[in-house]
Design a protein around this ligand. Structure first.
Ligand SMILES: [Zn+2]
Length: 134
């Protein structure tokens, strides 16, 4: 089941650990496959987990259901410079609340439709939709 969901999700960096359905939404708890991260300052690999930071990231809908990924963007501590840093996740920009592929999907819909109807269909504000287009 979890393996199936991981396959369907198709984000190679993560595996699905749990699934929760909340009304019309699906929340998938995902975990990074990697046990390590690279310090952006020294480019050295770190194994030292510093803190956990959970985020809810919106992803492509599955049929009628909105999908949210609950992910831990872990903070590591570098052994060389001793500074903490957050791991990179390739499928989501830093500080964003949605995946890159979802932003592309929404952008494509705006091209073929208009801002307001796309916002409504996706349960987003027009400002959120604008922030996804770049
Ligand atoms: Zn470092």
């Amino acid at each position: 089941m979890k393996r199936e969901l991981t396959k369907i999700l198709n984000l190679p960096e993560v595996i699905v650990k749990a699934k929760k359905e909340i009304e019309e939404s699906l929340v998938l708890e995902v975990e990074s496959q990697s046990k390590t991260a690279f310090c952006p300052r020294c480019q050295k690999v770190s194994h030292r987990l510093h803190q956990n930071h959970w985020h809810l990231i919106k992803d492509l809908p599955w049929g009628e259901k909105e999908v949210f990924l609950r992910i831990n963007r872990r903070q590591f501590k570098c052994d060389y410079c001793s500074k903490p840093f957050s791991e990179e996740l390739n499928f989501v920009e830093k500080k964003q609340k949605y995946t890159k592929r979802y932003a592309r999907f929404v952008t494509q819909e705006v091209v073929n439709s208009d801002l307001l109807s796309v916002a409504k269909r996706h349960n987003l504000t027009e400002d959120q939709v604008v922030s996804m287009i770049n």
